[in-house]
Design a protein around this ligand. Structure first.
Ligand code: PMP
Length: 308
């Protein structure tokens, strides 16, 4: 497993910590066959006082339970217990900073789409994970391509749920964009309006007005919510509104945000420069405040941290 960077000491599964090599599932695990599982991605950061803290852990775990409810899975633990397990998994693996992955899936037993009796299994793993779209994207801005894949309609797949199967759409879009030499895909919704990245929410800024697509076209991102609060605290209003891709071409600034990508400026869409082609002032300031919040440097956002 050398080189994957995923190997840690312990993984929590169904109530117990086991070693990395013991955290296995049967080949007839239901979720493996039909792509129905729900998951979260959250991060833990080292704060300025030397402690580590998970960012918005209760909100992430609430979304995990919302996702499960939407797809009719009953999680056999409480939200509070899963938050505690996440902290404990970080602690046991002695990681000051890491990515945290809770996963809820149907185990083996019955097969077929109608199977309802299989055990709902829950796991939490952690691993070190750096800048998702690369350090260069964080610094200079990412280059995006409008995807040929349309972001699924919320009546096809339930868009509020962070379900594993939804990510076939994201993965195809990400493959295409990267194969064509771009950092990330920008997916449009079924009506042709801008939706989101393969794993990030999307924002544009023009004349000081910040716009982001409404939740009918994207995942209810926890970073998206944090960004809206931070901007509002700076007296910058955020309008949740549909906009077409040419609104991006004429924007002064654009950025993506997500747990993995944090706040990543966008410098190009479809080989067209956005604004000056460098991260703009509102995006820069937002990146700074967001980093301060993550690392416990801004008292306004201390309540977003769950210390390990
Ligand atoms: N959209 C998609 C499709 C995602 O996968 C993610 C990552 N979970 C996001 C947006 C951002 O959400 P969050 O800020 O909660 O990580």
């Amino acid at each position: 497993m050398a080189g994957t960077g995923l190997r840690t000491d312990k993984i929590w599964i169904d109530g117990n910590f086991v070693s990395y090599d013991e955290a296995n599932v049967h080949i007839l695990t239901h979720s493996l066959h039909y792509g129905l599982a729900v998951f979260e991605g959250m991060r833990c950061y080292k704060t300025d006082d030397g402690r580590s803290a998970m960012f918005r852990a209760p909100e992430h775990i609430r979304r995990l339970f919302d996702s499960a409810l939407i797809v009719e899975m009953e999680i056999p633990f409480t939200q509070e217990k899963i938050v505690k397990v996440c902290a404990e998994t970080v602690r046991l693996n002695k990681l000051a900073e890491c990515y945290i992955r809770p996963l809820v899936f149907f185990g083996e037993g019955e097969m077929g789409l109608g199977a309802r009796g299989n055990k709902v299994r829950v796991a939490v793993a952690v691993w070190p994970w750096g800048a998702y779209l690369g350090e260069e994207s964080i610094r200079r801005g990412a280059r995006l391509k409008t995807s040929s894949y349309v972001r699924f309609h919320h009546n096809s797949l339930m868009a509020y749920a962070k379900a594993t199967g939804h990510y076939v759409n994201s993965i195809l879009a990400a493959y295409e964009a990267r194969r064509c030499g771009y950092d990330e895909a920008l997916l449009l919704d079924v009506e042709g309006f801008v939706a989101e990245g393969s794993g990030e929410n999307f924002f544009i800024i023009r004349d000081g007005v910040v716009k982001t697509p409404p939740l009918t076209s994207c995942l209810p991102g926890i970073t998206r919510d944090a960004v809206i609060k931070i901007l509002n605290d700076e007296s910058i209003a955020v309008v949740e509104q549909h906009f077409p891709r040419d609104a991006v071409y004429i924007a002064d600034e654009a950025f993506m945000c997500g747990t993995a990508a944090e706040v990543t400026p966008v410098r190009e869409l479809d080989d067209r420069k956005i604004g000056t082609g460098s991260p703009g002032p509102i995006t820069r300031k937002l990146q700074e405040t967001f980093q301060a919040a993550l690392h416990g440097r801004d008292p306004r956002y201390r309540s977003w941290l769950t210390y390990i």
